[in-house]
Design a protein around this ligand. Structure first.
Ligand SMILES: Cc1cc2nc3c(=O)[nH]c(=O)nc-3n(C[C@H](O)[C@H](O)[C@H](O)COP(=O)(O)OP(=O)(O)OC[C@H]3O[C@@H](n4cnc5c(N)ncnc54)[C@H](O)[C@@H]3O)c2cc1C
Ligand SMILES: NC(=O)c1ccc[n+]([C@@H]2O[C@H](COP(=O)([O-])OP(=O)(O)OC[C@H]3O[C@@H](n4cnc5c(N)ncnc54)[C@H](OP(=O)(O)O)[C@@H]3O)[C@@H](O)[C@H]2O)c1
Length: 473
């Protein structure tokens, strides 16, 4: 597979990697102007690389634009972030101090718009233009087919199309046929839109954050007639605050403690502060607190405790409007809402270019495919903590690579490190389609910083070697 690795910041000198000469700075395309695409555009522009971003919508912000014209946003009217403002903000553009700890989607969308305005990123974005097809070129780089007609060639491609827009329904489907309304959390907006859910008997399936928010909202007295929450597995439901601070800023455990002790102390705190989930009728988690993507809700336990939401184990069978559960119980319901997560999808790639298997796409540092150097992913990760600062650091590293200041390790090392990291992640987390690309926020940022330093040294050594080679008679 042809690779590009550009050696110098100046326009003239060009590097060879895989035997290919490039006589200009690489022209880079970015797919998507959500949070991750925006920070990619900024980092590439800061590195003086020519960049063109394509955005399907008429505005920036992706998922955070409620009723986004692109039809891809999974935001509902009452959505607030569950990673706190300070953990979520880009490092080079703090959120306004007057923002609350957990702002609503409109403030978050405003923040991304302000980010784009502050750094004049719109100049690089072609709105209402979807990338329909991206095909590798024989000489390296990609050819893009655009929704507005036309084809454009680029030396490198950054993919930031998001991974929370393509609904994952239960697979295999729940046995039987249902005669009521079935929907995925992706299409839920509020109790009235786009479906009339008030006064209905509603089953919500799942124990992730979508299920928590939607079951809590519909379970408010006077909204649905009754809500049931079906959990095929228990989850440690964390409150939004601990010790008076947003929970993702409240760790009092020193980092020198071994992971096993930190885990034991965190679980002890949970038992003291929250209690036993079984007492709320939920299944006891079959894993430790740090072995699943965090489920955060300060409301669901109150709704369960008030009887507004009733707990149920796994949904096994549908029969008309009757639904059957793993404990042998059954209920008559009007609506089933599957809050069962999302698929990682790249509709513009053919399967011989990029093909995630059950949401799994191994990448070196969750950025670099193992078989090419002209394709990069930003934000294709599921962090414990917010994705934005991680995407910002990823984008900076890509910009460093494309402008020659950073060099990747050799392919064998990349493969080995990727496999090692992936094995570690898979061993830690509960096996699930949603646990294929988990990252620890602080650990990952530290790893990227260390790798950047190492890659700078490699790039300097390569430059020195090239200068020596060129000066040889
Ligand atoms: C309900 C919900 C709540 C969440 N809450 C949080 C939270 O509190 N904290 C957190 O860190 N994360 C949260 N997330 C995760 C969420 O994915 C990120 O917050 C963030 O939206 C990721 O940004 P992104 O740019 O990768 O993707 P997106 O925001 O999805 O943006 C992708 C962009 O790419 C564009 N696009 C897609 N395909 C194409 C194409 N072919 N051509 C051109 N443009 C294209 C889209 O139009 C869109 O603008 C939440 C997710 C959901 C579903
Ligand atoms: N307020 C917020 O900020 C907010 C709100 C919503 C979502 N989000 C974020 O958005 C992302 C997606 O969240 P999500 O809750 O939509 O999806 P998710 O995190 O993938 O959770 C999906 C849930 O559905 C369950 N599930 C999957 N397949 C199932 C099946 N066939 N039968 C029964 N249960 C099944 C999963 O259980 P298993 O664990 O057993 O697989 C899990 O409990 C996450 O990053 C989340 O943090 C944030």
């Amino acid at each position: 597979m042809p690779n590009l690795a550009l050696r110098s910041q100046s326009l003239a000198p060009i590097t060879l990697h895989g035997g290919i000469r490039v006589k200009h700075r690489p022209r880079v395309a970015v797919i998507g102007a959500g949070a991750c695409g925006l920070t990619a555009v900024k980092a590439l522009t800061d590195a003086h690389l020519p960049v063109q971003c394509f955005e399907k919508s008429d505005r920036v912000g992706g998922n955070w634009v409620f009723k986004n014209k692109n039809g891809l946003s999974s935001a509902y009217r009452s959505l607030h972030i569950n990673t706190s403002r300070e953990r979520m903000q880009f490092r080079d553009f703090p959120m306004p101090k007057h923002y609350p700890d957990y702002p609503k989607h409109d403030l978050i969308a405003r923040y991304f718009q302000d980010y784009a305005d502050a750094f004049e990123l719109q100049r690089q974005i072609r709105f209402e233009t979807s990338v329909e097809r991206a095909e590798p070129r024989a000489e390296g780089g990609f050819r893009l087919w655009l929704s507005q007609g036309g084809v454009e060639d680029f030396d490198a491609l950054v993919v930031a199309n998001g991974h929370h827009w393509d609904p994952a329904w239960p697979e295999p489907a729940i046995e039987g046929e249902f005669s009521g309304l079935e929907l995925h959390s992706h299409s839920y907006l509020d109790p009235d839109e786009p479906y009339a859910l008030r006064g209905k008997r509603i089953l919500v399936v799942g124990m992730g954050n979508s299920a928590m928010d939607i079951a809590s909202e519909l379970g408010h007295p006077g909204v649905a007639e009754q809500v049931w929450l079906s959990a095929r597995r228990g989850a440690w439901v964390l409150p939004k605050y601990a010790f008076g601070k947003p929970i993702d800023q409240s760790s009092v455990l020193p980092s020198f403690l071994p992971a096993s002790m930190r885990r034991a102390l965190a679980e002890l705190w949970f038992r003291l502060a929250v209690g036993k989930l079984e007492d709320f009728g939920l299944p006891k988690p079959d894993h430790h607190l740090d072995q699943a993507h965090p489920t955060i809700s300060s409301e669901i336990l109150t709704r369960l405790g008030s009887g507004d939401v009733r707990p149920k184990p796994a949904l096994l069978r549908r029969d008309g409007q009757r639904v059957h559960f793993a404990d042998g119980s059954q209920e008559l319901v009007d609506v089933i809402i599957y809050a069962t997560g999302y698929k990682v999808s790249f509709p513009f790639f053919s399967s011989d270019v990029v093909a995630p298997k059950a949401n799994d796409l191994p990448l070196f540092l969750r950025i670099f495919p193992l078989d090419r150097q002209d394709l990069f992913f930003v934000g294709l990760a599921q962090p414990v903590g917010a994705v934005m600062p991680l995407a910002e650091a990823q984008a900076k590293l890509i910009a460093e690579l494309l402008s020659g200041r950073y060099e990747l390790p050799e392919p064998a090392e990349r493969k080995q490190r990727t496999e090692r990291e992936r094995a570690r992640m898979l061993a830690r987390y509960v096996p699930s389609r949603r646990h294929t690309m988990q990252l620890d926020y602080d650990e990952y940022l530290a790893a990227l910083a260390a790798e950047t330093k190492a890659g700078h040294a490699r790039a300097r050594q390569r430059s020195a070697r090239a200068v020596r080679a060129e000066s040889r008679p």
